[in-house]
Design a protein. Structure first.
Length: 383
């Protein structure tokens, strides 16, 4: 029995010792971990205290600067209000000055147009008279060659009478004002034609004289003046040459298109505008607008296409006539070679599409997007 108790006690002591060792090791490990965590917490606490101290100092500095910044902000707001008032005053003065200058420019343009029209009329009349005088002079020179030598004096007297009579009918026109690049305005495209061009009576027949034994046939009449030449197309130029020492005009055209519909032609006399369709799918032009700007806003003509206006493969051309300019159906059919297939004709409300030296024609869709343009510029020069 004593032996059994001794064995039990020894086994108990061994287990107790093992448990004590395990508990002590765990305690030591936990103590070490707690000490390491405490050191870390102490370092973090120190860092947080320093950060808190730094933030407090920054807050105090910011609070001390706050009144100064508020005063600066109020001053800047006052300056901003003053600048806004000055800007509004300057804008009002600019609008007033701009309106005054536009009115002066419109008056100057109107005066310049009157001067140009008067100069053109006088130039046409002078040119016509010079051509007729030249023709009469050639005829008289031929008569001088054909007649006897003793009749030369009479022929020269007759020629001088014709020249003086012509000069007496029309006074010498004043010289045209010089044209600058910023003051070039519209003039008729063909300066050789004038509806009020004066004409001279035919020259009187010379008195019948005895013909010499040897006669010379009269020379042929002088050739007519060279015709005007015009070239059209994208970026093409049309030049109008009058006579040497007179006035000449040059017109340039430029066309652009973003789709299958383009502005094909614009009449120089303001009678019509032609649109051309080059696509395969139909294009609806309902509520599209055609705007023609003459000489930078001097005259603006606007046309809106009616509902149902369509361009397709069966109708590839639309010609919009000015009010009252559309020819009768018979004349239109004859002008198109006996057929109007593929051409649709419309008529605008304005009596003219406008005439000028700087014309911009724009085609825009119903959303206001620009689809095609046609630019026509005419410059004049005098030598």
């Amino acid at each position: 029995m004593a032996q059994a108790l001794s064995d039990i006690r020894r086994e108990y002591d061994s287990k107790l010792e093992a448990a004590r060792s395990e508990v002590e090791s765990q305690y030591s490990l936990r103590v070490q971990e707690a000490r390491a965590g405490r050191s870390r917490d102490s370092a973090e606490l120190t860092r947080l205290r320093e950060e808190n101290k730094r933030l407090k100092s920054q807050q105090a500095a910011s609070r001390s600067r706050l009144p100064e910044l508020e005063a600066r902000s109020a001053q800047l707001e006052r300056e901003l209000d003053e600048i806004r008032r000055e800007a509004e005053d300057a804008e009002r003065q600019f609008e007033m000055e701009h309106g005054r200058l536009r009115a002066e420019l419109a008056g100057a343009n109107a005066t310049l147009e009157e001067y140009l029209a008067e100069v053109q009329s006088l130039t046409d009349a002078k040119l016509s008279l010079e051509l007729e005088i030249h023709a009469y002079r050639k005829l008289l020179e031929g008569e001088e060659i054909r007649l006897k030598p003793e009749a030369k004096a009479e022929a020269e007297s007759l020629m001088n009478d014709v020249t003086h009579a012509t000069a007496a009918e029309l006074p010498e026109p004043p010289p045209p004002p010089p044209l600058s690049q910023t003051q070039q305005q519209q003039t008729p495209k063909s300066p050789l034609k004038s509806p009020t061009q004066p004409s001279l009576p035919p020259p009187p027949e010379p008195k019948a004289l005895k013909s010499p034994k040897k006669t010379t046939p009269p020379p042929p009449p002088p050739p007519p003046p060279p015709p005007l030449r015009q070239a059209d197309g994208d970026g093409a130029s049309a030049a109008v040459n009058i006579l040497k020492g007179e006035m000449s005009a040059k017109t340039t055209y430029q066309r652009t298109a973003k789709g299958s519909t383009s502005i094909q032609d614009c009449s120089c006399d303001g009678k019509f505008v032609t649109l051309e369709f080059t696509g395969k799918k139909k294009e609806d032009l309902s509520d599209w607008t055609l705007v023609r700007n003459i000489d930078n806003g001097r005259q603006v003509v606007k046309y809106t296409f009616p509902k149902g206006t369509v361009l397709d493969t069966t109708c590839k051309t639309i010609k919009i006539w000015a009010a009252g300019q559309k020819p009768p159906p018979a004349e239109s059919l004859a002008a198109s070679g006996g057929t109007n297939t593929g051409i649709k004709e419309l008529e605008a409300a304005e009596p003219s599409w406008g005439i000028g030296s700087n014309i911009l024609t724009t085609l825009a869709n119903a959303d206001g997007e620009e689809r095609a343009t046609h630019i026509q510029k005419t410059t004049y020069s005098a030598s």
